[in-house]
Design a protein around this ligand. Structure first.
Ligand code: FE
Ligand code: FE
Ligand code: ZN
Length: 276
């Protein structure tokens, strides 16, 4: 089995997100831990969280995959921007503990000309400062398409970060199908081979969540433009193979496709039908 859901607006709180997920036919979802452009986080309302936890339990939700703001750059050139990233993540992780045992996914960062080696060191350094032994949240590095100076454009770069982390059980990977396709991993013609490489370099035990997106662009384009499921260059056949791959069963699959609610509900229903 797999869990499927989409991104859901966090504007009205946790219980509203849970109800919205149910409306879409989802049993997991992603949400921005704060405004995607950064800024202040919502106050936690304990009653709201309690109601959500009850709903999630009743409906057998899988693990949630919260998303850090895009503006967070753990390997910025300026120290104050890195410090801001550290504070945001530390605060987000504190708030994640109200809904224990879920995932918090972030884009490793952009090295902005400092080189990926330097970027890797800074990202790992930030994680080692922020991660706490008592936290129940697992922080996921997202596989990136390699546009601009993004760090995490290949499995080796993610592994270079991961191997520097002291609290190994607190970190994992979120694999974005659009990003790795754009990054040059041929999941259309060689899904087995790509997952074998992931296993060899990072280890499939570290793979905790999937961002299921089609891509507007061809293999190795390094563009990062998501497309609706089955309507892009990856295509529906490959999507069907991905959701049914034996190595990916039990994981949360999150749609970040360009859709409205009806579009997501349709995609979720379609994927459930395609899942064997
Ligand atoms: Fe992302
Ligand atoms: Fe993604
Ligand atoms: Zn993307």
């Amino acid at each position: 089995m797999i869990y499927i859901g989409s991104h859901i607006s966090a504007a009205k709180g946790y219980e509203a997100m849970g109800k919205q997920a149910l409306k879409l036919g989802a049993d997991t979802f992603a949400f921005f831990s704060r405004n995607p452009r950064g800024g202040k986080a919502r106050e936690i309302d304990k009653k709201d969280v309690e109601n959500f936890l009850k709903l999630a339990k009743e409906h057998h939700f899988g693990k949630l995959v919260a998303h850090a703001p895009y503006t967070m750059n753990a390997c910025a050139a300026k120290a104050d921007i890195r410090a801001f990233a550290r504070e945001m993540m530390a605060d987000d992780l504190k708030r994640m503990e109200y809904t224990p045992g879920n995932y918090y996914n972030f884009h490793p960062g952009s090295h902005v000309g400092q080189g990926s080696e330097a970027g890797i060191e800074m990202i790992a350094g930030l994680l080692n400062e922020v991660l706490k032994p008592q936290q129940t949240t697992i922080v996921l590095l997202e596989t990136m398409s390699g546009k601009g100076s993004e760090v995490g454009r290949c499995f080796e770069e993610l592994q270079a970060i991961l191997k520097r982390i002291e609290l190994q059980e607190k970190v994992g990977v979120c694999l974005d199908t659009c990003h790795i396709w754009d990054g040059g991993y041929d999941i259309v013609n060689d899904l087995d081979g790509v997952l074998e490489r992931f296993d060899k370099i990072i280890g499939l035990d570290k793979l905790k969540a999937i961002h299921l997106n089609d891509s507007m662009n061809p293999l190795n384009s390094h563009k990062d433009r998501h497309e609706k499921i089955g309507q892009g260059q990856i295509g529906l056949d490959a999507m069907e193979k991905i959701i049914n791959h034996k190595s990916l069963q039990g994981l949360p699959f999150i749609l970040e496709t360009p859709n409205d609610d009806a579009g997501w509900a349709n995609e979720i229903a379609m994927l459930r039908k395609l899942h064997r």
